[in-house]
Design a protein around this ligand. Structure first.
Ligand code: FES
Length: 94
């Protein structure tokens, strides 16, 4: 649903799904700064980014790029997503 963040546990991996601007994107849910879950944060529609609830670093939806200045942590790993017949398909590497 538009504007929604959802955290998934897939095997050992925590994945964030975000729906913004009619597009579904995915990245690691665990923030690489200090491990908080981005799924507990919110979307900044202007920056097209998810905001971490702990220290409010922003990661661009689709790429996981850290768009916070100063850049005190890395980018989040992002995953390719396809939506087919209403199903969200994620490509997770091994
Ligand atoms: S844990 Fe995410 S910004 Fe610090």
């Amino acid at each position: 649903m538009e504007g929604e963040l959802r955290g998934l546990e897939i095997g050992e991996r925590l994945v964030l799904l975000a729906c913004q601007g009619g597009r579904v994107t995915a990245m690691d849910d665990s923030c690489n700064h200090a491990g908080c879950l981005l799924s507990g944060g919110w979307i900044d529609a202007r920056k097209r980014a998810v905001v971490c609830p702990c220290h409010e670093y922003c990661f661009e939806l689709g790429t996981g790029r850290n768009v916070t200045i100063p850049r005190l942590c890395s980018d989040q790993h992002a995953f390719p997503v396809r939506v087919e017949n209403g199903r969200v398909l994620l490509e997770l590497e091994e």
